[in-house]
Design a protein around this ligand. Structure first.
Ligand code: SAH
Length: 347
């Protein structure tokens, strides 16, 4: 019998499961609390359950946990990069960042990615598989336990395309914001997408107040197609319409991400075209100095160029910031720690 992944069940589903095995409904609440508040790693630790029930749980349910394979800690700002091993041996990365307004974790939604963006390390070896809700939660829970710090913000900006794993993403969002769980506020969660239009529209209709970040990276379709294969499927106009719909439905201002690379998208004309594109839109633009990836030959523009680019947009009234680079000394773009480990093991 295949065991059910108990950490991926929402409270009503867990309650149903308990009824099925002849237990009272309040047991579900107790177990949910052990899993999602006390963050235990085994059924044995659930000390208010009978020995018999613990045994039944062990027989029928899988309790997903991740292994910390490596942690790199920045000496500059305390940023930590985690390399986790999933139950089936797949590897994923997450990042812990400390800000004045709280602690943030950047999580992966898939092991690898199949979107193929040219500048990104996560996609070099393609998609291994999508993560289950429990495996997304585990990244947050494990880091909270490991650091002893409360996590208040989550960004789904690690490896993978969240809209390519929609059902699991949605369940993860329900679980991590659940009142009976960690209860992270919806507005403290950001989902970053390369622009899968049906996913954006669906998320807009879920009644969740999470923030949407859209990976733009180019100011016209032609340019965008050159660096992001997904642009062949969804034109910028459709993407912008979906973003507007997202704003209308949720009241949440969309963030546009623009990873800036020398000679690719950092010219004056790019800034002008981008201004025209974003003018009058209720949005925020985040300029991300490109993080050079070993397998790719993208180069970060000089600081001066990025500043100029920003100033140009700002003058036209666009709300723009340059992404602060966290953990410079443990640098390497997302997905690179994972890739290095995988390449080592192959050898
Ligand atoms: N699949 C999601 C999440 C990806 S990672 C998405 O596409 O949005 C989050 C952001 O980092 C995306 O905007 C992505 O395009 C960007 N990114 C990926 N690799 C990068 C690199 N080497 N340098 C700068 N930004 C990068």
């Amino acid at each position: 019998m295949e065991k059910t992944d108990i950490k991926s069940l929402e409270l009503p589903q867990l309650t149903e499961e308990m009824t099925k095995i002849g237990e009272k409904a309040f047991r579900a609440k107790q177990i949910f609390d052990w899993l999602h508040v006390k963050l235990v790693d085994s059924f044995e630790e659930m000390t208010n359950l009978s020995k018999k029930l613990i045994q039944t749980l062990e027989e029928r349910y899988e309790l997903v946990r991740t292994n910390v394979l490596d942690v790199q800690i920045s000496g500059l700002d305390g940023t930590r990069k985690y390399l986790f091993e999933l139950p089936d041996g797949n590897l994923i990365e997450s990042v812990f960042m400390q800000y004045k307004h709280g602690n943030s974790v950047c999580i992966s939604s898939q092991a690898g990615c199949r979107m193929g963006c040219l500048f990104c390390a996560s996609t070099v070896d393609g998609l291994a598989r999508s993560l289950r809700p429990s495996e997304m939660l585990e990244q947050v829970y494990r880091i909270q336990k490991h650091t002893g710090e409360r996590i208040s913000n989550i960004v789904v900006m690690g490896s993978g395309e969240p809209m390519d794993n929609y059902e699991n993403l949605l369940r993860f969002l329900h679980l991590v914001t659940a009142k009976d769980g960690l209860g992270i506020s919806q507005r403290s969660i950001t989902i970053s997408t390369c622009g899968i239009v049906p996913g954006i529209r669906r998320l807009a209709d879920e009644g969740l107040g999470v923030t949407l970040a859209l990976s733009l990276h180019a100011s016209n379709d032609e340019k965008r197609k050159k660096i992001m294969p997904v642009a062949n499927k969804y034109a910028l106009q459709e993407v912008f319409e979906a973003c507007r719909y997202y704003f209308e439905q949720t009241g949440r201002r969309v963030t546009f991400e623009y990873s800036i690379a020398e000679g690719i998208n950092d010219a004056d004309e790019d800034a002008e075209e981008l201004t025209a594109l974003l003018k009058g839109k209720n949005c925020h633009l985040n300029l991300i100095p490109i993080n050079p990836v070993k397998e790719r030959n993208f180069v970060q523009p000089q600081k001066k160029i990025i500043e100029n680019f920003k100033n140009k947009l700002e003058k036209s009234g666009i709300n723009v910031t340059i992404r602060r680079e966290m953990g410079r000394d443990i640098d390497g773009a997302c997905g690179q720690l994972r890739k290095r480990y995988m390449d080592q093991n192959r050898k």
